[in-house]
Design a protein around this ligand. Sequence first.
Ligand SMILES: *Cc1c(COP(=O)(O)O)cnc(C)c1O
Length: 378
Amino acid sequence: MTIAFNKLEVRVRLAAIRANYRLLCSRGSRIIGVIKADAYGHGLTEVASALAKEGCDTFAVGTVEEGAVLRRHLAAKGLTSRILVLLGPIEPDDYPPLWEHSLLPLIGSFRQLEALARQAARLGKGLDISLKFDTGMARLGFGAEDLPRLLDRLREAPLVRPVMISSHLATADQPMSVDYLMTQAERFSYALTCLSAAGYTLEANLANSAGILGHPSVHHQSQRAGIALYGANPFAGTAWEHLGRGLAPAMTVRTRIASVHALPKGGCISYGCTYTAERDMRVAIVAVGYADAYSRSLAGKGAQMLIAGRRAPVIGRVCMQLTACDVTEIPDARPGEWATLLGGEGPLAISPEELASWWGSISYEVFCLLGMNRRVYI
Ligand SMILES: *Cc1c(COP(=O)(O)O)cnc(C)c1O
């Protein structure tokens, strides 16, 4: 999905993603590139190509449809990478494309398993799958109590071939929650042990970015890296911040200043007159708003933009396509010049975590939403 017809420019530096991938490879074996949600707003096919050049041979997408798009892209480049589908098949139409595009779905319910077995029998063709276990996220996946029945069902459906086991960590980015992480790791190992004892040879993966960087004890044959590939530090603002040192954000977002004018002392600005000038001011009206996924909730939270190398506070309400900034101290702020919302040059660059904190959110959401705008690759 793309937001069209605005002045926003999302600049993606693929070299940064490649460097982040190399850093992650040095911290954990066999990194699976998680490129769901349009590669966290950085572009599914562009990011896949960049990672493939670094030797990444396994990708994880969200939906079957996303997997089909990726398969076509990779095939055109002569690549036969594995494609994991994290959400697995959800509705009947999701099953046939798994075979058609050689996708490796995460299967976490008997409902999915039965449907898969029926489709396999119909086609007379086997399919590799990953068994997805819920070890504490309480979202998707089999539980330990499902193991006996799961082994029975797998025995009855030999065309469904488990080659992998996956589970997802809920608290890997919280240094205070190591106990919960260890409980998850133990449940995962228990499931893996039972399946191994039943004769299955499975590639196991549990760790996400924070697990890769912070918890070597939960590494298995492969690890699934998302946010760190895009350069956000999952430990930002915690005692473990140093573990993400060296990651470089790949996304910069900028737009144009539409106009600059005076706001006299006592004057108010934007809808609701929520901001009143306490002194004579100069304000820049910047061409971005909530229609461009620059959230209205940024108003009144201390948000800033980077204009002519200086920080400019956002003032008054964020409108649909316009936002006002205080540029009283920035004489170089002029109509037609750039205002940077995320990233930028030098020590005053706006980090994903900083923008997320004003937003009341996390770097993941900042990337996914702003990344819906027109992208350029630099
Ligand atoms: C999104 C996702 C990941 C990646 O997590 P990050 O915290 O971005 O590294 C890994 N595994 C699953 C199942 C996911 O949904």
